[in-house]
Design a protein around this ligand. Structure first.
Ligand code: MLT
Length: 411
């Protein structure tokens, strides 16, 4: 009989969001009358920007005409899209990133998991706690950890707690690690990073020959002009960081699928023989072997994000979700709950009322208010006692959910 990858057996139950969906479905079956409002998974609800939609329609027409039809595109993405990203997302902010260092893909979730294929299995890996669960689970699958303990921590990973005590900003470790996952604006806490803080990480990474895996999926939600949008705004980051970005949360592409990963050609890792190897070459090899590119139609849609109309429409979407976040924060505060985040991020991180664990609060919200959020402990042991509420929903649903919560949870 074929053997399996035993590392999968180390994983805790289900992946967080399917597990939540399972519990919600069970509740919905038992209470078919309940009008459930989902503020759990960070999935967008508002339609695609018109500029993106029109660009995709035009691309569909091109695909229907022999003279403009496209077969396989470049695995790394079309040059016209990579150029726009390089100039508008990076160079315009002073980042020295070239279009050839940008790889278009179908998602940051996939890229942040797949990136482990170009690293060895003997790296010491640091994650914040709480953290986006994909970083942890993909390391478990890759065999980079031991078993899980009762607290839900995997042996071999270095956990950097982020709690109210440290303003949800991890301390720079005193020990040496090789790979560090950072996400700003943060999922799940909504915390942000200043340039000085990221500079401290870059200095650490350079001093320790470490690599930062920087997830900037929520950068478009930054409203504070002093905050960096990219790790490459930080001096020295070209030598120590990979950045993941997505069109999911800014342009509403969660169902359309388009993202990008930046690997500077100056970034190197160590081979077993001690030589330095460009990570760009390895990722390029992997990408062109295992991936055939994002569809032409979707890339044309993503390109439209950089047009004048596209920029205005994306801005309007971001402002809409940020206004939802503001409503969530102010309503929950008025109900006596302590909230964090939600200002430069679409997530509000709520302290659960005294005596209620994250999952207790989840159950109470579901049963009493028919509102779904995400239990903080699902993001890691230090997330216990917190609860994430996503601002991705219609205004009507956000207002209704807040009305139900404030009525039941006045503390
Ligand atoms: C989340 O809710 O944390 C996000 O939707 C996850 C993701 O983008 O994959």
């Amino acid at each position: 009989m074929a053997t399996i990858n035993d590392n999968y057996l180390k994983l805790k139950a289900g992946y967080l969001f399917p597990e939540i969906a399972r519990r919600v479905n069970t509740f919905a079956e038992a209470h078919p009358e309940a009008q459930i409002i989902k503020l759990g998974i960070g999935d967008v609800t508002e339609p695609l920007p018109e500029a993106c939609r029109q660009a995709m329609i035009k691309a569909v027409e091109e695909m229907g005409d022999r003279s403009t039809f496209k077969g396989y595109g470049p695995e790394q993405g079309y040059g016209w899209l990579r150029e726009k990203i390089a100039t508008q997302d990076f160079q315009a902010r002073g980042c020295d990133i070239d279009a050839s260092e940008i790889f278009i893909s179908d998602g940051s979730k996939c890229d942040s998991g797949n990136i482990l294929e170009i690293f060895g299995n003997n790296n010491t890996i640091a994650v914040t706690d709480p953290v986006y669960p994909v970083y942890v689970d993909t390391n478990v699958m890759a065999g980079n950890t031991g078993n899980v303990n009762d607290k839900g921590e995997y042996e071999g990973l270095v956990y950097l707690p982020i709690t109210a005590e440290n303003n949800f900003i991890a301390e720079i470790p005193t020990q040496k690690v090789d790979l560090i996952y950072l996400c700003f604006p943060n999922n799940p806490t909504g915390a942000t990073a200043t340039k000085e803080y990221l500079q401290a990480w870059v200095n650490y990474a350079k001093a320790n020959d470490a690599i930062i895996l920087f997830d900037a999926a929520y950068e478009a939600f930054i409203t504070d002009a002093s905050l960096p949008h990219s790790i490459y705004e930080i001096e020295g980051a070209r030598e120590c960081a990979i950045e993941f970005r997505s069109f999911s949360k800014n342009a509403g592409f969660t169902g359309t699928r388009c993202a990008l990963t930046v690997i500077p050609k100056t970034l190197k890792g160590k081979a077993a023989d001690g030589s330095d190897v460009e990570l760009w070459k390895l990722w390029n090899r992997r990408h062109s072997t295992k991936f055939n590119g994002v569809s032409y139609i979707v890339q044309r849609g993503a390109e439209a994000v950089y047009s004048e109309e596209g920029k205005a429409q994306v801005r309007a979407l971001i402002e809409f979700y940020l206004e939802n976040a503001k409503i969530i924060c102010s309503q929950l505060q008025a109900a006596g709950l302590t909230v964090y985040g939600g200002v430069n991020a679409p997530y509000v991180w709520v302290q659960t009322p005294t005596g209620l664990s994250s999952w207790d609060f989840f159950d109470k919200l579901l049963q009493n208010c028919n509102v779904v959020g995400t239990p903080g402990s699902g993001f890691g042991a230090a997330g216990e006692g917190y609860f994430r509420i996503s601002a991705f929903n219609s205004r009507e649903n956000v207002n209704e959910a807040m009305k139900r919560i404030t009525e039941k949870f006045k503390v």
